[in-house]
Design a protein around this ligand. Structure first.
Ligand SMILES: [Zn+2]
Length: 375
């Protein structure tokens, strides 16, 4: 058993089994964050304007310039607001896996109505989505939210392809979202891994409509259809706190108490399953990220950590989840205490991914942002 230690700069600690500390007590996450931002610090008005103008130019003659992924959380809401202000013709795409909170629904609705943009809601087939989520619970792996993240991302590609829009813009950003211990999550885009977990621990229900981004599809979307994901917030001096105030005033936006708390399932997983079963409190990573990006002091983060980890009505959420999944309390107890498995015990796409990475290096990829016409 290693001794407990907490970083002197951020609040990451030895609950990350791979954390290492320098002699002065600063952890590897702080150093990696510094390097990452240094290498990617390209936010400038010119770069932002160049991307916007390019997307506009390529969008001429098409009904939409871009797709904007919107969850109702702060990053994506602010991003949609910025895109519209910049004059882009946006198709907002929202993924509905059946777990959206009232705040998320309110935020998406109020935003698209006030701004006046089209909304495409992607409804995942509930029985299929349920089957995949339960397979992850059954498997005993750590990152039970992979089905949500994966199908959400895959749905964006499906809509982009269907609507013939080559740009997907997401609110994901390095500045406030890059710090996350590898041991706490797993690869969200490894379709082979997902399908192998489903094969071994799923109900056998065929996943006919659920969007799964397998290697063939990925290759086609990336290289043939050239659909490009743009992380626009990385080009802006994005201040989350100011953005929240702005959204509240302009759209009556409702704050989401925990990061990714737009989904009842995700908040239950993050605020109950992860801490209770795996001794992981993701607030440490989320707050550390805010500390490193200068938006929160370490003292305030430590005060926030004293607050209850489940900032919602736990019993109500639990009942909702059990009812919706058609599970009993005993089923949940079984999940919480069963054997833990790692995703590496299942098949992965790693070798294909390695080959692909080498190919990408050999054949330089010219993205649409550097091209002169859209397909
Ligand atoms: Zn640190």
């Amino acid at each position: 058993m290693i001794n407990y230690q907490i970083c002197t700069r951020c609040i990451m600690d030895t609950t990350d089994p791979e954390i290492v500390f320098r002699n002065d007590g600063v952890c590897n996450h702080c150093l990696e964050y510094e390097k990452l931002i240094e290498n990617n610090e390209k936010y400038s008005e010119e770069e932002y304007n160049r991307i916007i103008e390019k997307i506009k130019k390529l969008g001429k003659g098409h009904p939409y310039d871009c797709i904007a992924a919107i969850s109702g959380g702060i990053d994506s809401s602010y991003m949609v607001h910025k895109l519209k202000s910049a004059g882009l013709r946006v198709l907002a795409v929202h993924f509905d896996g059946g777990w959206n909170t009232e705040e998320a629904i309110h935020n998406v609705k109020s935003l698209v109505e006030t701004i006046g943009i089209d909304l495409y809601t992607y409804y995942a087939d509930w029985e299929e989505f349920r089957a995949l989520q339960l397979a992850y619970l059954n498997a005993g792996v750590i990152d039970i939210d992979v089905p949500t993240d994966h199908t959400f991302f895959a749905s964006l590609y499906e809509v982009a392809d269907k609507k013939n829009v080559p740009f997907i813009i997401t609110g994901h950003n390095l500045k406030t979202e890059s710090l996350m211990p590898k041991a706490w999550v797993c690869d969200k885009l490894d379709a082979r891994n997902i399908m192998d977990i489903y094969k071994k621990f799923g109900s056998g229900l065929k996943l006919k409509t659920l969007p799964i981004l397998n290697f063939k599809k990925k290759f086609s979307y990336y290289n043939i259809k050239k659909i490009e994901v743009v992380f626009i917030l990385n080009t802006l001096k994005y201040n989350k706190l100011e953005a929240a105030e702005n959204l509240k005033d302009t759209y009556g936006w409702l704050p989401v108490k925990v990061k990714h708390g737009e989904s009842i399932w995700t908040r239950f997983y993050q605020c109950f399953i992860l801490p209770a079963r795996f001794n992981i409190d993701k607030r440490k990573a989320h707050y550390s990220n805010l500390i490193l990006s200068g938006l929160m002091s370490r003292e305030n983060a430590l005060i926030e950590m004293q607050k209850p980890i489940y900032p919602y009505n736990f019993e109500q959420d639990k009942k909702h989840i059990l009812d919706k999944f058609r599970l009993t309390e005993a089923d949940l107890d079984m999940y919480m205490t069963q054997k833990k498995r790692t995703v590496n015990e299942f098949k992965t796409d790693t070798s294909m991914k390695n080959i692909y990475t080498v190919l990408r290096k050999l054949i330089p990829f010219k993205g649409l942002l550097n091209a002169s016409t859209r397909h």
